[in-house]
Design a binder for this molecule. Structure first.
Ligand code: 6R9
Length: 665
């Protein structure tokens, strides 16, 4: 077998940018040429979009790969760049955040107010003994204080570690201990699915096992009763009574900004470390370039949680450093009704919407009548992140959210990359549904085979990054060896023993292919690739084939051990709202779906078995946890479910299985 990954799906639709957007785009095709001519000079110009207290002496120091230093010798303050400079420029009255609580309560926060709140929080943290370089854990719901807490840490040079509000006491304990956090910022609780959901008891349980924690700052959100200890301080009594004056000190470009633990499927979470100057340069530039953000007129909304890297880069640092007006929403998309997202778009006249394929597929499942009930005409650009977006979901998004006219930017990146790396430029690229298209200017990505050789157009393999980029992770917190091993030892110099002159190649862990035009298609995590009768088949392509059937909203496929083919494809499919799946109709649908996949991708990709299920197991950022489905498909007891968004879905799947099985041919 020669191919690293089979190339089965052939998608020919293509959508040019709307003429008006192209004519007024922030970034034009010239950017690709400029970056290709001199990549470091290109990034240097993007760094110049920020306010620096001290100019750098060197753009990139790559003399000790894979440890990079960007903008060496430069100094800046991240919070100053996100807040003070907008206020100083007379934009203090501009709305920074339109916050919408799940129960319908709202707050409108201007840049001047966000600045004052951040100064107060910076003063309060300093009074609690937090100094530059100390770690602060943040475990909050989607309330404005989450952004304030992050910015306050950045302002005083403390390194924040945001932990998803849905994680267990164990997960929180591990993360606090790994970073030896001195302070935890939390809330009594938040609202989820129409009711208060407590957070403080989880923190109490974790802190009992975390001797490093000296203080806990507690935001009052739900007003529910909480236990109280000597370490606890109410946010409204400490932060909101502190001085609103605080002079931001500049920090070195390589000063640690945050640690974010990847929701990894393996035992020990990896604390991904990001630093100051390069991270802000690239998050800020990509917000400007990929979303074509016009701070004076756009209303931007990223639906991610702040505990995901997307919330860090594209709610807090990217949009605020550009002076954007944005929406922040606390709750779930179906509370109190399934049109909540569209109601919010209409209410705030959102122009740019950035969400995840999982949400789009959920909306497909609920049916297009729901978005059709709202006025979405304010929208001008749509974005997607987190997983490959299936071509059919892409088309649905464009049709039923984008009125059949809006550009979609499918943005590939990772916690590790810090910012978007591969994406269309909305004013330039003729996008293909399901493809992230091309590396952004200044980014050098490639698809390689097992030997690390670049694959020709039409070939599949592994996604790699060939050159360092400003917002790259600097290491895994406390574990340089694991950093080298995980990302730099598969290909290039790191695989052949190192050396600073040789090429270091970053291994992203994703399968990908180049189509005949050289455009990049992401094919899912390489750990999930299925080996069927000697062919490497990507989960994404089979899932996309299933989703292209009119009765399927969402699908996940896994390879299960099979006596004849090595692995066999087992699929889990969620029917669309309208599909009839009872009894014989369900059996018929399963038979149709198997044939549909065989017809779309070829007989090699025909699933052995398809189960119709009501839900799929997902992480909090919406990624399907195929590992758990593999357990189901191979009749094993379930592995670690701590990062699952809703553990009851595994029961639902197990109970739905008996009726939905299909026998082999
Ligand atoms: C930003 C984020 C990273 C992994 C990544 C890949 C998948 C993200 C994608 C995508 C295909 C896209 N991924 N965006 N796959 N197309 N547009 O999601 O970070 O949570 O660290 O996950 O997500 O597999 O390697 P993170």
């Amino acid at each position: 077998m020669s191919e690293a990954l089979a190339n089965l799906l052939n998608e020919t639709r293509q959508f040019p940018p709307p003429a008006e957007l192209a004519a007024n785009a922030n970034v034009t095709a010239d950017a690709y040429d400029e970056a290709a001519a001199d990549r470091l000079a290109f990034w240097e110009r993007q760094a110049g979009r920020l306010a620096w207290a001290k100019q750098w002496e060197q753009v990139l120091d790559w003399s000790k790969p894979p440890f990079a230093k960007w903008f060496v010798g430069g100094q800046l303050n991240v919070a100053y760049n996100c807040l003070d400079r907008h206020v100083e420029a007379g934009r203090g009255d501009k709305v920074a955040i339109h916050w919408e609580g799940e129960p319908g309560d709202t707050r409108t926060i201007t840049y001047a107010e966000l600045h004052r709140l951040t100064c107060q929080a910076a003063n309060a943290l300093t009074a609690l003994g937090v100094k530059a370089g100390d770690r602060v854990a943040i475990y909050l719901p989607m309330v404005p204080e989450a952004a304030v807490a992050m910015l306050a840490c950045a302002r005083i040079g403390a390194t924040h570690s945001v932990v998803f509000g849905g994680f267990s006491a164990d997960a929180l304990t591990n993360r606090i201990q790994d970073a030896t956090a001195k302070v935890v910022i939390t809330a009594d609780g938040g609202y989820r699915r129409g009711k208060p959901s407590a957070l403080k008891p989880t923190v109490d349980e974790a802190v009992a096992n975390c001797p490093s924690v000296e203080h806990v700052l507690v935001v009052r959100r739900t007003g529910e009763e909480v236990a109280w200890s000597a370490k606890d301080h109410w946010w409204h009594e400490t932060v909101e009574t502190a001085s609103t004056e605080h002079a931001a000190q500049p920090f070195d470009a390589e000063h640690p900004l945050f640690i974010l633990y990847t929701s990894g499927t393996t035992a020990r979470p990896k604390g991904i470390l990001h630093t100051t100057g390069g991270y802000l340069t690239q998050t800020s530039y990509t917000t400007h370039a990929v979303f074509d953000l016009k701070p004076e007129t756009d209303v931007y909304w990223c639906t991610a949680d702040i505990g995901w890297v997307t919330g860090h880069s594209y709610i807090v640092y990217g949009p605020l450093s550009n002076g954007a007006t944005q929406v922040m929403y606390e709750g779930t998309p179906d509370t109190p009704h399934k049109g909540r997202f569209w109601e919010i778009v209409d209410k705030y006249q959102v122009t740019i919407l950035y969400t995840a394929p999982t949400l789009i597929r959920t909306m497909m499942k609920w049916g297009e009548d729901i978005p059709a009930g709202f006025d979405l005409s304010s929208l001008r650009l749509l974005g997607s992140v987190g997983e490959p977006i299936n071509p059919e979901a892409w088309i649905w998004y464009r049709q039923h959210v984008g009125g059949g006219r809006l550009p979609i930017v499918d943005t590939w990146w990772q916690t590790e990359t810090g910012a978007v790396m591969i994406s269309p430029l909305p004013g330039v690229t003729e996008a293909k549904p399901g493809s992230a298209m091309t590396p952004l200017p200044g980014v050098v990505a490639d698809v390689v085979d097992d030997q690390g050789q670049s694959v020709p157009n039409g070939g599949g393999g592994y996604l790699v990054l060939r050159e360092p980029w400003p917002s790259m992770l600097r290491t895994i917190w406390g574990d340089d060896n694991r950093f080298i091993e995980t990302y730099w030892s598969r290909f290039g110099a790191g695989a052949s023993g190192g050396g600073s002159g040789a090429d270091w190649i970053y291994f992203a862990g994703d399968g990908a292919k180049k189509d005949d035009d050289g455009h990049i298609w992401l094919l899912g995590r390489v750990d999930d690739v299925m080996l069927v009768s000697g062919h490497n088949i990507s989960t994404t392509e089979v899932e996309s084939a299933l989703v292209s059937h009119p009765s399927v909203a969402e699908a996940a496929v896994v390879g299960a051990t099979d006596p004849t083919t090595g692995q066999a494809i087992v699929a889990f499919a969620i029917p669309r709202g309208s599909a009839d799946t009872a009894g014989a109709a369900g059996e018929q649908l399963i038979a149709d779906l198997r044939n549909h996949v065989a017809k779309t991708l070829g007989p090699i990709a025909k699933p052995r078995q398809i189960m119709l299920v009501p839900e799929l197991p997902k992480t909090r950022s919406g990624k399907i946890m195929r590992r758990l489905l593999r357990d189901v498909a191979e009749n094993r007891s379930l592995g670690d479910v701590t990062t699952l968004q809703d553990s009851s879905v595994m029961d639902l799947i197990a109970s739905g299985m008996s009726g939905g099985k299909s026998d082999e041919d």
